[in-house]
Design a protein around this ligand. Structure first.
Ligand SMILES: Nc1ncnc2c1ncn2[C@@H]1O[C@H](COP(=O)(O)OP(=O)(O)OP(=O)(O)O)[C@@H](O)[C@H]1O
Ligand SMILES: [Mg+2]
Length: 346
């Protein structure tokens, strides 16, 4: 797909809530995001911050019980509130998805060939129908080859359980890329894989992205992955972006106390006592806010080591702290990357 002028995906003031017995749980509360063609945006934030829900909302994949408001455009076309038929036609060429566990998304009783062909056929339209089955099969084989499966014919004949985890993930990526989507959303797509396979998949996505100009939204807990692949980062807290900037700027001068805590909570991966669990964002003290009753002011204030009385009363808006770097805090930009003990002291 030719790169569109403007962002491939733009999300504005997205709100999502779910009904609960205590009232609506407001799990996404005014999310703004944009990702350009060819760009990789990493979305990070601890469990429950609304990363998956916001992308599922954009894709129209939330249960009917969810209330969704705001705007999300794919190459300029609004997708929120679009009909099921429009969404189906957009999801193919517009956006591909890869989730953490391919066993959930792949159908266990259908061969890879059947699933890949079904996907290709569903979105091929009149053009594809004219080209016929042989052409679709050739395209399926080519896709499996492109994602680095050594024996595409064997993979086509296989059922998902006959493939390794890494192979299944590659099949999912092939299905997601079947229509050269303008946007690829990867939600913890490599978390279940060992580091070698993970590195291969990341390299593969980067190569395909360079060739096709795909915009990538990469949701992850793994800041090592962020550092390795992302052009920009959006840090989510309690359903909002609290800091965003280029990966270099954000890692060099994390400004929001939450981002600083997030980076400081990384265990030392060289330390055998802490192991190599680089994704342990839950190490930060305190709990995220209750989405049924979120704080009126900055949602991080109750956990913040440097909260000011003003933070408790008023929500903080994103403001530019350096060119291309914004943070929703009144804290000044740190002069240098803080050492973990500086953050702990506040
Ligand atoms: N279908 C649903 N019904 C009700 N609540 C939901 C539903 N899906 C998600 N939630 C709630 O929405 C909030 C945000 O969930 P979400 O899955 O987006 O978190 P996340 O940031 O992706 O976390 P993780 O890192 O654990 O994947 C959570 O509190 C979750 O319990
Ligand atoms: Mg999630």
């Amino acid at each position: 797909m030719a790169p569109a002028a403007g962002p491939a995906l733009q999300v504005r003031d997205l709100h999502v809530s779910f009904p609960t017995s205590r009232g609506p749980a407001r799990v996404v509360r005014g999310l703004d995001l944009a990702v350009d063609p060819g760009e990789t945006l990493a979305v990070v934030g601890e469990s429950g911050s609304g990363k998956s829900v916001s992308m599922l909302a954009v894709l129209g994949l939330l249960p009917a019980s969810a209330t969704v408001t705001g705007s999300a455009t794919l190459a300029g076309r609004e997708v929120l509130g679009a009909s099921e038929q429009d969404l189906r036609s957009l999801r193919g060429p517009g956006v591909g998805m890869v989730f953490q566990d391919p066993m959930v998304s792949l159908n266990p009783v259908l061969t890879v060939r059947r699933q890949l062909l079904e996907g290709l056929r569903a979105h091929a339209g009149r053009d594809g129908a004219r080209r016929g089955k042989d052409a679709l099969l050739a395209r399926a084989r080519q896709l499996l080859d492109e994602v680095g499966l050594p024996d595409p014919d064997r993979a086509l004949r296989a059922y998902p359980h006959q493939l390794s985890g890494g192979q299944r993930q590659r099949v999912m990526i092939a299905i997601a890329l079947a229509h050269d989507p303008a946007v690829l959303v990867a939600d913890e797509a490599t978390t279940a894989l060992d580091v070698t396979v993970q590195a291969q998949i990341l390299g593969l996505v980067r190569r395909l992205q360079d060739e096709h100009g795909t915009a990538v939204v990469w949701i992850t807990h793994d800041l090592g992955v962020v550092a390795g692949i992302a052009d920009r980062v959006a840090v989510m807290y309690s359903g909002r972006v609290v800091e965003t900037g280029t990966t270099d700027a954000l890692f060099a001068a994390p400004t929001h106390p939450y981002t600083r805590g997030l980076l400081a909570s990384l265990p030392d991966i060289d330390d055998p006592a802490t192991g190599a669990a680089r994704d342990d964002l839950t190490a930060m003290p305190g709990l995220p806010p209750d989405p049924v009753d979120p704080p009126a002011g900055c949602a991080f204030a109750p956990r913040c080591p440097v909260a000011h009385p003003d933070c408790v009363g008023q929500p903080q808006q994103l403001r530019e702290v350096a060119p291309g770097h914004e943070a929703a805090t009144r804290c000044p930009v740190p002069a240098k990357t803080p050492e973990p003990q500086e953050v702990a002291r506040g």
